[in-house]
Design a binder for this molecule. Structure first.
Ligand SMILES: [Fe+2]
Length: 195
């Protein structure tokens, strides 16, 4: 369960192998912790003496959602910055134009959301068929469940400090240059047809 996925970081331009490898190591750590937590949650004793102030189960549940969201978000993030790059096109461009007015508007909104949050920026396709930019301060903060994640950007310091220092804007510009729009369009296809 939750074996780490492999990603070809050789395709990423403007970021060093060290930056990406260290980031990947953090992701692997989440998969290890999630397995550990999952095994503990199979034990009846984990459910004894519950308390919302402090209990074994509370710690496990907080760790479960944190590590599981950490795995999912990192796989989406690594997945949309590796492989073929290119100009934005296809269905995603149509929806971006419809829901944000223009691609440039979208880039500005997504970038500035990235400069405003501490963890993640997630473009979702909501169950109303519309795109929405979600900002998260951590893996398990701000998540919404009525939408499918289409494009994910990690803005934790660990995602860019080695290569960019505190220049997060430069990192975000580099992120945009590496987006695999085929992957993004594929995620869109695997959803309900926008209304
Ligand atoms: Fe990360």
């Amino acid at each position: 369960m939750y074996k780490p996925q492999l990603f070809n970081f050789n395709t990423v331009e403007g970021m060093t192998k060290k930056q990406l490898d260290e980031h990947y190591a953090l992701y692997v750590g989440y998969t290890n912790k999630f397995r550990e937590i999952n095994n503990l949650l199979k034990q009846r004793i984990s459910y004894q003496n519950p308390s919302p102030t402090f209990s074994r189960l509370r710690s496990l549940k907080k760790g479960e959602s944190y590590s599981l969201n950490g795995i999912i978000l990192h796989e989406l993030y690594f997945g949309n910055i590796t492989g073929k790059k290119g100009k934005v096109s296809g269905k995603i461009l149509d929806l971006i134009n419809r829901d944000f007015g223009s691609y440039n508007n979208f880039v500005e909104m997504f970038t500035n959301t990235g400069l405003s949050m501490r963890g993640w920026v997630v473009l979702i396709l909501g169950d109303n068929g519309r795109l929405r930019i979600i900002g998260q301060d951590s893996h398990d903060d701000g998540n919404v469940y009525n939408g499918k994640p289409i494009l994910v950007m990690d803005v934790y310091e660990h995602a860019y400090m080695i290569d960019f220092g505190i220049d997060r804007k430069k990192y975000i510009d580099t992120f945009f240059k590496n987006i695999n729009w085929d992957v993004v369009n594929k995620r869109l296809e695997n959803n309900n047809t926008p209304k």
